[in-house]
Design a binder for this molecule. Sequence first.
Ligand code: TMP
Length: 204
Amino acid sequence: MAGRFVTFEGIDGAGKSSHIESLAQWLRGRGHEVLVTREPGGTPLAERLRELVLGEPMDTLTELLLVFAARRDHLERQILPALARGATVLCDRFTDATFAYQGAGRGLGADRIAALEQWVQDERQPDLTLWFDLPAAVAAARRTAAREPDRFELEDEAFFARVREGYAARAKEHAARFVRIEAEGAAADVWQQVVAAVAAKGWW
Ligand code: TMP
């Protein structure tokens, strides 16, 4: 029995992390094995690549290639084995983030990303993507209280507005697996939407 692959997306400051943990508890409470993981990262090698991507100055194409190198390792060594044994995989960001950040935010466009997506993932796509959507200005205000900013968090509001547009385009293109979560409101309202989206699938 193949498990389900659920991804969480949104601009920095959308507040998805605590909901991923809550959803993991919710699913475990129903007796399911759950792997909570993230991108870039999720394996020792991919976590080292993450440090470079988030901390080291580099050109955009290098950034793209490192993100996909990390993804390949993560897929092969964590995600695909977990799905094969029937686990639910909750992944904080995946390839939609590459289309949004490198494609739209950095302006690389979709073609090279689509080629790498095909090369690295074959036909593998998430079964469900929860997109935490909110205006760039609201997310920026939330981020100021957070930890030391990484290379992405240092970007200006116009960058995050483009990233948001990138997510909107992906959501339209992949409407069957995307659910838009209105992430501007209170955490309790956001959580209700998360549970409703998951319950509506009838998979768990
Ligand atoms: P986060 O895990 O704290 O959200 O940080 C990951 C950062 O990396 C975030 O700013 C988005 C960025 N990112 C990309 O630019 N491209 C990608 O493909 C992924 C997965 C993340």
